[in-house]
Design a protein around this ligand. Sequence first.
Ligand code: SF4
Ligand code: FES
Length: 155
Amino acid sequence: MTEGEGTTEERPRLKEYEGEGITVTFEPRRCLHAAECVHGLPEVFDLSRRPWVLPGAAEPARVAEVVRRCPSGALQYHHRPEDAVPEPPDSPTTIRRTPAGQLVVRGDLVVAGPYGDRHETRVMLCGCGASGNQPYCDHSGPCAEPDDEDVPEAR
Ligand code: SF4
Ligand code: FES
């Protein structure tokens, strides 16, 4: 699990959804509504349902493949609890700046933040300084979008 590998006691708020052979975690503050999840596997990710994630509704490999499309890293998965970094990171690492100023990074990452150093494979970092969830973008700045009220989890 990629949660809180640093030395601080505080931990990011994660929701956990268990399925047969795979557990999906969701960090609401990092969700930026790219909707890759709901478009990629609507039987698993359904905003009109509670819980909105049902990992057992598809093959674990397929669930993992769609989770890896989540650009913000809000969605992560592990096949076994002892998997520290279950997801194979992209190589080489890539960094892309969006027109709104976010930094989209994929690779074998260690991100320093309020929870200590976290191993990550996908992040969207704040490029404007306005985010209240640094170093991650939280749509507080010029990157804000009309659907920002529709954050899953609440979902
Ligand atoms: S969980 Fe990830 S893929 Fe799904 S809507 Fe949020 S940012 Fe997009
Ligand atoms: S780039 Fe989105 S809050 Fe800063």
